[in-house]
Design a binder for this molecule. Structure first.
Ligand SMILES: Nc1ncnc2c1ncn2[C@@H]1O[C@H](COP(=O)(O)OP(=O)(O)O)[C@@H](O)[C@H]1O
Ligand SMILES: [Mg+2]
Length: 257
């Protein structure tokens, strides 16, 4: 078990209980889907696992990563874990990059703040190796490009490359394909499958799209209003959903199909 979440409750200062007694385990090397409608607490869950919640929110329960309780780490300890053993990708890659700096410059800055390399040559090697892992083979062009010179799909690959550069164990992807065209979306979904295999990554794949869970995830956690409604192997979830809410999600997916 790489990650155990135990009775996690998160309440924002405004009084909104975004997570309410959430418990589940994440197995090593699986792709675990977190599925739920907008506002169900998916991003709050991601931020809890990355130490990115606002200071003034109340959190209770346990988050055990590799056997260590991490819910109350210090800022410094979080900084080490984040982008190190636990990596993060968000929905809108393009806007998380700085438009006036080249991709290569931004990548080196990330490595620098993680003290990940000794020489420029070493940084170059990590960057080109990461780009190849995400199937960006024209390393020179990508490195020298500004974000506007690359397509949305390429930018998302760049962000994934930045996330996996330091060999994380756990990759948290919060709606990583939601802003992409459907053809690009399926390419990125396939990339997640490859990376899991190649890098023995564990992936927490957050989405509101049940269709993606079906094609990508080994198991899924169904979240509604901050509570876990159901956890199952994906095949079982679709063949024999146990919860009424899961049933309604599946029947709306079938209508679409
Ligand atoms: N910083 C915040 N302050 C107060 N409430 C918040 C904050 N962020 C999210 N929420 C509320 O918490 C709930 C869960 O939000 P979120 O985790 O973003 O859900 P999701 O990612 O599934 O759409 C929502 O009701 C949302 O309005
Ligand atoms: Mg969200």
């Amino acid at each position: 078990m790489i990650l155990q979440i135990k009775n996690l409750t998160v309440e924002y200062a405004a009084g909104v209980k975004a997570l309410d007694g959430v418990s589940f385990d994440v197995r090593e090397n699986e792709i675990l889907g977190i599925i739920g409608e907008s506002g169900s607490g998916k991003s709050t869950l991601a931020y809890s696992l990355l130490g990115l919640l606002p200071y003034d929110c109340k959190k209770n329960g346990g988050i055990i990563f590799n056997g260590t309780e991490i819910i109350s780490l210090t800022d410094k300890e979080w900084q080490k874990l984040r982008g190190g053993k636990i990596a993060f990708i968000t929905q809108d890659a393009a806007s998380s990059l700085n438009p006036v700096l080249t991709i290569g410059y931004q990548f080196r800055e990330i490595l620098k703040c993680k003290s990940a390399f000794g020489s420029d040559r070493e940084a170059g090697a990590i960057i080109s190796d990461s780009f190849k892992k995400v199937r960006l083979f024209d390393v020179g062009r990508v490195t020298n490009s500004y974000p506007h010179q690359l397509s949305g799909g390429m930018l998302q690959r760049v962000c994934i490359a930045m996330a996996i550069a330091l060999s994380p164990q756990l990759l948290i992807a919060d709606e990583p394909t939601s802003s992409l065209d459907i053809t690009i979306e399926s390419q990125i979904v396939n990339l997640f499958k490859e990376l899991r295999q190649q890098l023995s990554l564990t992936v927490l794949f957050i989405t509101h799209n049940l269709g993606l869970v079906k094609v990508l995830c080994d198991r899924a956690v169904v979240l509604k209003a901050g509570r876990v409604k159901e956890i199952q192997e994906t095949s079982g979830l679709f063949a024999a959903p146990r919860d009424e809410y899961t049933k309604s999600l599946i029947s709306s997916l079938k209508e679409l199909e």
